[in-house]
Design a protein around this ligand. Structure first.
Ligand code: ZN
Ligand code: ZN
Length: 103
């Protein structure tokens, strides 16, 4: 990000959009708004990706918290780990054996 925008973005965070808009010409303002939108989207994408990565692949609701002992895959929450018969990743039988952990 250009240093100029970085400083402007910091002012937005501290003072809000309306406060600084009179100090900025309209072209800069438009470019800045575009920049803010772009980074906001990137942040949202990143947080969604992170969410998908840490959620249980079975119920997609709870955080992953179980590691299957036979294959070491950590893709389920503790509740689902108890229910699944085979590992959702490698299809190895889990035999109901898994370790509880907090990722
Ligand atoms: Zn689950
Ligand atoms: Zn597995």
């Amino acid at each position: 990000m250009m240093q100029k925008y970085k400083t402007l973005l910091e002012s937005i965070v501290v003072e809000g959009f309306d406060q600084i808009v009179q100090d900025v010409n309209l072209d800069e303002y438009a470019a800045m708004k575009e920049e803010v939108r772009f980074y906001k989207e990137k942040m949202e994408e990143a947080s969604q990706a992170l969410d998908v990565k840490t959620k249980c692949v079975v119920c997609l609701e709870q955080e992953r918290g179980a590691v299957f002992e036979l294959c070491n895959h950590a893709v389920c929450c503790n509740e689902c780990a108890e229910k699944v018969v085979v590992c959702p990743v490698c299809r190895k039988h889990t035999n109901g054996i898994f370790l509880r952990c907090i990722l």
